[in-house]
Write a protein that binds this ligand. Sequence first.
Ligand code: AMP
Length: 618
Amino acid sequence: MSTFTELGLKEVIQRALTDLGYKSPTEIQKIAIPQIIGSTRDVKAFAQTGTGKTAAFSLPILEQIDLSSKDTQALILSPTRELAVQIGENIREFAKHIKGFNVVTVYGGANAEDQIRKLRRGAHIVVGTPGRTVDLINRRALKPQNLRWLVLDEADEMLNMGFKDELDKILNETPKEKQTLLFSATFPREVDAIARNYMNNPVDIKAGTVNTGSDSVSHEYYMVTERNRYAALKRISDANPEIYGVIFCRTKRETNEISEKLIQDGYSVDAIHGDLSQAQRDNVMQKFKKKSIQLLCATDVAARGIDVKNLTHVINYKLPDQIEAYTHRSGRTGRAGAKGISISIVTRKELNKIRPIEKRISKKFTKKEVPDGVEICKSQLFKMIGKVENVEVNETELSKYTETIFEKLAHMDREELIKRFVSLEFNSFLEYYSKSRDLNEADSGRDSRDSGRSSSNENMTRFFINIGRKDSLDPKSLIGLINDNTQTSGIEIGSIDILDTFSFFEIDKNYEQEALDSIIGADFNGRNVNLEVTKAKRGGGGGGGRGRGGSRGGSSDRGGYRGGSSDRRGGGNRDGGSRDGGGSRRRFSSNSSSSSSSQGRRRTSGGSGFGRKRESKG
Ligand code: AMP
């Protein structure tokens, strides 16, 4: 069956699908729609994101809904507010020609009274997040007694997010005779347990290969040092002037940090994560969908509901720990047959995360080189030339000035004119990238992916620190001290030697100055912390003592560093950073709306650590 008519859908529904531009059913729709219309058996469906599963369960329910009754007949549970809202909107669109039909979406973080009022007016279908749904059932605003369908969408994610108790409660409150439709991209034990305990002889349906990414998504990675990660992100987006994508970060803090840095650097970006109010999240999503912003920084959870068409890229600023999360992330692009690219920015240490993903998605990642200045300038120039070619000329208005313009520029030939107009727009960009450094981390060995770890101490700076066991220092608290006081998150930390009254540790040498600037003067259990750069680790335990002596002798070195630090602040050390900082500012300058919306949000980066330390330094 290859048309919606053949699947048995009413004309009013088909008309809505035509309005939406759906020409033929997707694979999961071909299987699920006739199954759910033709049988009351429970359904357990393997379905990935982006396969059209929302329509696969919504359309057969809409087909059978009893409009003469005001009872809630279908309850659709989804893990996040965004996804619930998305499903609600989809259903509203599918049902737009069905007179008297009503769907209500309920989720936490929004006024419950409003939702209760809407439910009281009658809702044939309710879409909800588990927590708010339980709340509304308890308050008797949502009456599950006459449900005919219960849909558990993204069941694995609901369980991952800790909604087991809520699901148990809802499943127990709903009538036994209902048809349960469970959709999940993965079937871990917990999901199987739900199916076993609450479903009655379910029919298994499956479309596409479980857990494999969409065929229309290609997977690429760039290898850089931790220090160059952010600069690489900017180069990648600069080299793709038409980029429209999601940048995935691992934490809310990182999401804020990266989006704010990008905004400062002039990019068209905003952030979405769980700390935002519903209104802020809606606002960000609306801007993104309208393409008022090109890039959206998101956490995995916040991005669950993102169904934005035609995303060109998904960027894994840092790879997630779980492979499932990678599949979900990359599934945001390449939707409904469009092509998409999933990019991962990795350090050498993170390379070992790629192979397991490749195995799971049965696809190879392609290693790409971080683009250099010439490549970026070329792509930006092409974009600009394209704009020149396509710009509409307002002949009437311009004609008032053309004579003067032509007169003024008469002495220049065509070539000279083109060069000058391009330079006007482009000089700062050319200048910015003219001295750009290579950001690629060289592969060492034939397949450095196997090595997994940083291969030598060359990349590390070894520090002497004036606290040790007697100050209750252990590796964990030392790492905490480093993380709390440095501003960059995720600095690579090498070997740690804790001795009685002092210790040694290594960190990525790119952060040597940041460590000196930020850790010296910090407080650790009442002691004023001091750091000195020391020589590379020597063999044997006695090395520590000698190392200390050496570092003491080298304190003039440190003096040198200190003396140098103010210089470095001005440029030296930050040279690379700043070059990959402000220069691309011009790029998305046409769009300033993103920065204003983010300004109200608190910067949650390691700033507080810096503040404290600066105070203590006086
Ligand atoms: P879903 O997996 O439900 O999140 O759907 C992914 C995307 O595919 C959404 O943007 C849908 O609007 C779109 N879509 C779903 N079914 C079809 C179809 N039969 N034809 C074209 N697009 C579809």
